[in-house]
Design a protein around this ligand. Structure first.
Ligand SMILES: [Zn+2]
Length: 82
């Protein structure tokens, strides 16, 4: 999975998790709670499995890092297909 795709998925699932947490807090609807947990699980899985350098394996904690946007790993300096 490309980094850009992983970044999009993590942002969408984070926003979805926040919305579902608010919905659950307001309505105590269990479907919202399970949706929140699913969005959180997707967020964590994509972050752990795909948001990392294919060369050195370092995890990118800050996806907006300027070196990343320039197409280089901020840790090893190798070119990244972003
Ligand atoms: Zn690297």
């Amino acid at each position: 999975m490309k980094l850009r795709t992983a970044k999009t998925i993590t942002r969408i699932s984070a926003v979805l998790a926040v919305i579902l947490a608010i919905v659950y807090r307001l309505t105590y609807n269990y479907i919202a709670m399970y949706g929140f947990l699913a969005a959180l699980a997707i967020l964590i899985l994509v972050m752990v499995l795909f948001v990392k350098c294919p060369h050195c394996g370092a995890h990118f904690h800050r996806l907006s890092d300027s070196a990343l946007r320039a197409g280089r790993c901020p840790y090893c300096g190798e070119e990244i297909d972003y």
